[in-house]
Write a protein that binds this ligand. Structure first.
Ligand SMILES: *Cc1c(COP(=O)(O)O)cnc(C)c1O
Length: 377
């Protein structure tokens, strides 16, 4: 047995779409990106979506739109991927790290409120593993304090929380199509918002300050050759080279068609894990997973014998991981971690991520469960 931790599920539909882009000979920022953006907005149930080359880029420019004065503070969880807090630093802002809720390991809202001060300008909730941050509690508080809200949805896609799609509770939602995520474009990301006014500058920020669709003008020029100003654009702000391209969007369009099916399979696998490890001594699920209700990018457990268990599983051909080392334990972020995150810094030493991807077979899941049991027998 050799069971991978994550694996993208890509095949002939993706290849066919890529072939289509080759035939058109348009593989940069083009019509496929536009189509993927439109379909993504429909899928999430949101006014607008803009494609970028990663969720890291999405988080960076989502925060940029607000033009916060340098040195202001942004509340972020300590238990997240580096990109969430990097986006804060890219903008010349200061991350204020928030500890985890002991039950869900998502951002602890009491700790968030405790760490808030008048220099805070935004909060970036991360739906960790895919489990929702209680946005119905967070949003009224954030609005009362005048904070902007950027949701990091890298671990979830399309799930509803209290009837409202995750990613549409705050000002922006940011998604990742990196290869380990729920669906992939190789690398890629999407920014969504219901606030069209806020989305206005995102197109320029993702493409060196240019906010017109050059593939459209190229087409119009070839069709009619009527307008000598077809090349014209104006640059009003400092943008980045963060656009998605048509090759990535080709893959994304095929993946989006399969997304519900892939997510349903992940839910099935999580249900098998939960049933399989119930009552096994020494391990607990990472959080109260509700796979019939939410969409999860990873499945993890807590074990007091983490390292031993990891080595044991490895010897059986089962890959594991740890998501994450809390950012407050990372040298880069330590200087900002004057407010400690004691709970997660200790608890993170128990975390083991188990294989989860939509191509896992029932036999493979049963094999992992069997070895979890044998180790803990
Ligand atoms: C993967 C991830 C990101 C970054 O996504 P990329 O598309 O790789 O830039 C951001 N936040 C979280 C929580 C992630 O897991």
């Amino acid at each position: 047995m050799n069971i991978r931790l994550f694996k993208p599920s890509v095949g002939k539909e993706e290849l066919e779409n890529i072939a289509g882009a080759f035939e058109r000979s348009w593989i940069g920022l083009g019509p496929n990106v536009n189509e993927f953006e439109k379909k993504w907005a429909e899928y999430i149930g949101v006014e607008a979506a803009i494609g970028v080359n990663s969720a890291t880029a999405a988080l960076h420019i989502a925060l940029m739109v607000f033009r916060f004065p340098k040195g202001k503070k942004v509340l972020v969880p300590s238990q997240t991927f580096a990109a969430t807090a990097c986006a804060v630093l890219y903008n010349g802002l200061i991350p204020v790290f928030v500890d985890s809720d002991p039950v869900t390991l998502g951002m602890d809202l009491d700790d968030m409120k405790r760490k808030y001060d008048e220099d805070c300008v935004a909060v970036m909730p991360v739906h960790y593993a895919g489990h929702p941050v209680p946005m119905d509690e967070l949003m009224p508080w954030a609005r009362e304090k005048g904070l902007r809200v950027v949701e990091d949805c890298a671990h979830t896609t399309g799930a509803l929380y209290k009837g409202k799609p995750l990613g549409t509770w705050g000002d922006f939602g940011c998604y990742s199509f990196e290869e380990k995520k729920l669906m992939t474009t190789g690398d890629g990301g999407m920014i969504v918002s219901n606030d069209v006014e806020l989305m206005k500058d995102i197109k320029a920020y993702r493409w060196v300050g240019i906010d017109k669709d050059n593939w459209k003008t190229a087409q119009a020029y070839t069709d009619s050759n009527r307008d000598a100003m077809h090349w014209f654009y104006e640059i009003n702000l400092l943008g980045y080279k963060y656009n998605m391209n048509d090759l990535a969007a080709s893959i994304g369009l095929a993946q989006l068609k399969k997304l519900d099916k892939m997510n349903a399979r992940r839910s099935e696998i999580i249900r098998m894990y939960l049933d399989g490890i119930e009552g096994v001594n020494g391990i607990q699920p990472l959080l109260p997973f509700e796979p019939e209700k939410y969409v999860y990018q990873m499945f993890s457990i807590r074990s007091d014998r983490r390292d031993e268990l990891m080595i044991y599983l490895k010897s059986k051909g089962i890959a594991t991981g740890c998501h994450y080392t809390p950012l407050t334990d990372q040298p880069l972020f330590k200087p900002y971690a004057n407010n400690d995150c004691d709970y997660i810094e200790k608890e993170a030493q128990k975390l083991i991520t188990l294989p989860l991807h939509s191509d896992l077979t029932n036999e493979e899941v049963a094999y992992v469960i069997q070895h979890l049991k044998e180790f803990n027998a």
